[in-house]
Design a protein around this ligand. Structure first.
Ligand code: SF4
Length: 477
């Protein structure tokens, strides 16, 4: 009775807290929306003042940039591979190479992408090879690049193009392919099919905002539109693909975010930010583009349980690598964050500071509902240990994971899970440690697995297995 009364009191307190939090959140949201609207108006006004490139300016910039690019561009596999391919479908091979590389390059640096690109092309050298791949294979190949939706769209796009029978050759047609946005369409159409269209990525925004000393918020829709217009005025009509690569290359190399090499820049005499910085001590070229505060990240919390199923019934089985064991992996839903990827069983938590007991209860409920694992009832708990916390940062979410290791010996062996599987609810599988090592898992799942391995190693060093010493034979004299 006493416990029940206290619980009711706590519930009321939580409700009051939640309701006052909701009020504060609403007010904060209204203020943010008002601020955003004011920023948008200011951006629209600032962008209006930006003059177009004159024909003469455009021609000078094109000439200087293309000369510099011809002499200095980086030799990258997606630039050379399709050029040396003289088969009938050379344009399509080039389009495929540009597509794969551009999608990989979104959010990832060139040195990392080169290795991924080469592995990808060795496995799926043409669009037709890719179209025959499974999502599972593509995810494995993509593991570590993040933003897995991009990999899914690449595969879906390849399948739809193969089905249609022809690679779309214009921006308008390419935009009809799922997952191909304005930037990728512009890159493919100009580089592979010579359509005179611009591309605008972060590098191009940086170069143009410095060329024109644009101080408007580069994320605002009106400013973005203006960048596309200005980029379109610069594109060289005879070499659109090379020009687009040249301006992106300048942004990726000389015109870097924090340390631009203006003294060796081929277009410094056209650059307004450079001119302003030379005439005023208070202006720096790095003032452009205007820095924008990052959008607030959502904070999520999850209980993650690495379920290891072993044969045997005491803790010594953990130290015996010859004993059969398996880890339970669950497939995420086909929509949303990390769609269709494998992970350890996890449950999203309502609040950050949930105590260990509450987290375990939530996990037990989940395991019982989905796998008929009734912890401690139809299985022996050999070990259940909190391993620690790990924060994984996605572009818009900070996910704090509370990780535990749960080692179970199933009555009836490893097959018990299989008997009660309900495929309509969830996809799951049990894999051994060596399979986990070779599977294409996300970096978050790998980190969790590494934490488990470190924990086990620590346990081993603190409590090593005692191997019984053989009795020495007595010598008979
Ligand atoms: S002069 Fe400097 S700031 Fe201007 S485009 Fe060249 S590298 Fe960038």
């Amino acid at each position: 009775m006493e416990g029940g009364g206290r619980r009711k009191g706590q519930d009321r307190k939580v409700k009051r807290l939640r309701s006052s939090n909701r009020g504060a959140k609403k007010q904060q949201q209204e203020e943010e929306e008002k601020g955003e609207a004011q920023e948008a108006t200011a951006a629209a006004a600032a962008v209006k003042d930006v003059e177009d490139f004159t024909m003469e300016e455009s021609q000078r910039i094109r000439g200087s940039l293309l000369r510099w690019y011809d002499e200095n561009h980086r030799v990258l596999p997606w630039r050379t591979a399709s050029r040396s391919d003289h088969r009938k479908n050379n344009d399509e091979a080039r389009a495929y190479a540009v597509w794969v590389s551009e999608v990989m390059l979104q959010q990832t640096r060139v040195p990392t992408v080169v290795a991924y690109y080469n592995r990808w092309m060795a496995k799926w050298p043409t669009l037709h090879h890719l179209a025959a791949a499974s999502q599972e294979e593509v995810n494995e190949m993509w593991a570590g690049l993040g933003y897995y939706r991009r990999a899914r769209f690449l595969l879906e796009g390849a399948k739809s193009i193969v089905q249609e029978g022809e690679f779309p050759r214009t921006v308008a047609a390419l935009r009809g392919v799922k997952g191909i946005g304005d930037y990728t369409a512009g890159a493919i159409a100009s580089i592979a099919f010579n359509e005179v269209v611009p591309v605008v990525d972060g590098n191009v925004v940086r170069v143009i905002s410095r060329l024109k000393a644009i101080s408007a918020n580069p994320k605002e829709a009106a400013t973005v539109k203006s960048f596309w217009k200005l980029a379109g005025q610069l594109v060289d009509p005879s070499r659109p693909g090379d020009f687009n690569q040249a301006i992106m290359e300048l942004g990726a190399t000389l015109c870097s975010t924090t340390n631009p090499a203006c003294s060796t820049c081929p277009i410094s005499d056209q650059c307004r930010a450079f001119l302003l910085s030379r005439n005023s001590e208070t202006v720096r070229v790095t003032d452009y583009p205007t820095k924008v505060a990052k959008a607030k990240q959502r904070h999520d919390f999850a209980a993650v349980c690495v379920v290891q199923i072993v044969e045997g019934s005491d803790r010594e089985v953990l130290k015996d690598s010859n004993k059969k064991h398996a880890f339970l992996l669950v497939k995420r839903p086909e929509e949303g964050l990390l769609a269709g990827l494998w992970e350890f069983p996890s449950v999203l938590l309502d609040e950050e500071r949930m105590d260990m007991g509450t987290r375990r209860k939530a996990m037990d409920k989940y395991l019982k509902k989905l796998f008929n694992v009734d912890v401690g009832r139809n299985c022996n708990v050999i070990l259940r240990e909190d391993i620690g916390e790990y924060v994984h940062v996605f572009s818009h979410i900070r996910l704090r994971m509370y990780i535990e290791l749960l080692v179970l010996s199933m009555k009836g062996g490893l097959n018990l899970l299989g008997d009660d599987e309900d495929h309509s609810k969830i996809s799951w599988k049990c894999v051994d440690g060596s399979s986990i090592d070779s599977m294409g898992l996300t970096s978050g799942v790998r980190k969790v697995y590494k934490m488990i391995q470190n924990f086990k190693q620590k346990q081993m060093s603190e409590h090593p297995i005692r191997v019984p010493r053989k009795k020495a034979k007595r010598s008979i004299s």
